[in-house]
Design a protein around this ligand. Structure first.
Ligand code: COA
Length: 269
């Protein structure tokens, strides 16, 4: 997959576009005329794509962003009448939404959301599943579920709670307010304000790419499990990721590089 532009959603202008440059993949929500509203097909495509990227050993980081100056205005409300009209359809729809964010959160690579403009509802759901959110000065983040009589899903509510704490999570969900970059950073909804968030995210990911992939994957697994795991963290699974890193060639490489006063060259094995 590396070193190429892939068009996974088909057609000349895929609604979910992938660009892989070196060790970093960029996934772009690409429906700028709809402010990158996410259709059912796009939720499904995001799940497939992040699962595939997670398996690509050459990749060390993933950037998720939106085309045309917005991250995403969330689920494509315009198609709700056809794809989310009945209770059965709603259930099926939410499964697809959660599969997309679960695939992002479960990817054993660091994922940064680079956010310009609107990041609302389902857009926020995707951003919350990323490991970090870098926001442009014009960013507007919010969850307008309370304006649509939608109960925000359990998985994303849990992620929101872990990030911002109980009272801020309640404020965000109860009020449906939009928060600017500064407020988002202050409440922990975003980590960094940057004039060009995609470039800042790319630099940040390039830096992380020098570190041991098994260390990062293990930390991500354990931290996500402790903070937002659906079940209490499985201690045997946590021990397995710790053991895997301890037995790796990279573990030896790290010690040898330290001893040799040279930068380590990690392979993820
Ligand atoms: N689903 C489907 N289409 C959407 C959309 C959504 N969530 N949000 C915006 N669009 C469409 C608009 O209907 C509009 O289509 P049109 O050109 O055919 O009229 C187009 O995208 C551009 O949006 P517009 O409202 O003209 O842009 P704006 O910059 O003036 O306002 C928002 C942007 C975000 C304030 C406004 O579009 C909005 O409130 N959207 C809904 C956000 C929301 O509730 N998201 C939660 C979904 S879970």
């Amino acid at each position: 997959m590396s070193g190429a532009v892939s068009q996974l959603a088909g057609g000349a202008a895929p609604a979910v576009a992938l660009l892989v440059a070196g060790r970093i993949a960029t996934v772009t929500l690409n429906r700028p005329d709809r402010r990158n509203a996410v259709s059912l097909e796009m939720w499904r495509e995001l799940a497939r794509l992040f699962e595939a990227l997670g398996r690509d050993e050459a990749l060390r980081g993933i950037l998720l962003t939106g085309a045309g100056g917005n991250f995403s205005v969330g689920a494509d409300i315009a198609e709700f009448a056809s794809v989310r009209a009945t209770a059965e359809q709603s259930l099926e729809y939410e499964v697809a939404v959660d599969a997309a964010s679960t695939a992002i959160a479960a990817t054993p690579k660091p994922v940064v959301a680079a956010i310009e403009g609107y990041c609302l509802g389902g857009g926020c759901h995707l951003a919350l599943a990323c490991d970090f959110r870098f926001v442009a000065p014009d960013a507007a983040l919010g969850i307008p579920a309370a304006r649509l009589s939608i109960v925000y899903g359990v998985a994303s509510t849990r992620r929101l709670l872990a990030l911002v704490g109980l009272s801020a999570a309640k404020r965000i969900l109860f009020s449906a307010e939009r928060f600017g970059a500064e407020a988002a950073v202050a409440m922990g909804l975003a980590e960094r304000r940057a004039r060009a968030p995609a470039a800042a995210a790319q630099d940040f990911l390039e830096g992380l790419a020098e570190n041991a992939p098994l260390s990062i994957a293990g930390a991500k697994f354990i931290l996500n499990g402790l903070a937002v795991g659906e079940e209490p963290l499985d201690p045997a699974a946590a021990q397995a990721v710790i053991d895997r890193a301890s037995r790796s060639d990279d573990y030896r490489e790290g010690r040898e590089a330290f001893a040799g006063k040279r930068p380590p060259a990690f392979t993820g094995r």
